[in-house]
Design a protein. Sequence first.
Length: 335
Amino acid sequence: MSELNNIALKILEKGKGILAADESTGTMTKRLNSVNVPSTPENRLLFRHSLFSAASMTDCIGGVILYDETIKQDISKKISIPELILKMGSAPGIKVDTGAKVLAGSPDEKITEGLDGLRERLKEYYKLGAKFTKWRGVYSISENYPSKLSIQSNAHALARYSALVQECYMVPIVEPEVLMDGGHSAEECYKKTSEVIQKCFEELILHKIDLRGIILKPNMILSGINSKNKISNEEVAKLTIKCLKNSVPSEVPGIAFLSGGQSEIEATENLNLINKYNDTNFIMSYSYGRALQQSALKYWSKDIQNIEGTQKVFNHRAKMNTLAAQGKWSKDLEI
């Protein structure tokens, strides 16, 4: 077994998932503004430190995706953020793309940028303690989208990124996100997501990626947010598993779903059902941002010095998702 495969399996072992705490300064400022907390480097660090030192980091969280500002911050003169995460028994990771920009040739779609200078940045992040990385491609669904151009361009970028990351002894998280925005049906989401994921793996194989040393971070198969034809949670789970069975090579060790605009409970319930119906060899876990942090952020904003209370809220959410990653969650466990 390769070292990269060991890292991927350790991040997702025993129902553990990934905390996506890689919000850019701009996104984090919006989140803090929404709960009336000033967005200063100190406040951003205080909130993240509260989560990264919580008990569930040891029991439930196998990896934390950080942003460039956060991976370079220190808790004190003696310990950096990556060192704290490692001490808690989790793996530090880093978002390395520079965001989705307008795709030339298809101005209503996006291409993720950040390949320029990536090899040098990866070396720096590796020295800072990063064990894995993340790159997100985004795709819209409508009558004409995602276009072949968008699907091909983003798959190529994800493969180039993955090759550079593995060259630097880190595990790439490959995140092709088909967005929930729009009125499309779940069937349309299934069709487009399958096409997107299949093209990603074509490119990954072409670029000689060790598939045992990656983690796939896809969307679940959901109706569009404005769709009049919602499907049940059971159908979400069954369609999601069907899509992955037909699109993902068996060598891939694990799949960590993004929450993609779902509520905290919805993201947990769908993950739980996916694991109840999971008849594959893939580990099916979570890589959640808002669906892990939102309640903790609201609680913390009432008194930013109440670290213990904030951690209690975060620990609960992390525990619920780790139970869901093992198919052991039920609604009556919620507070």
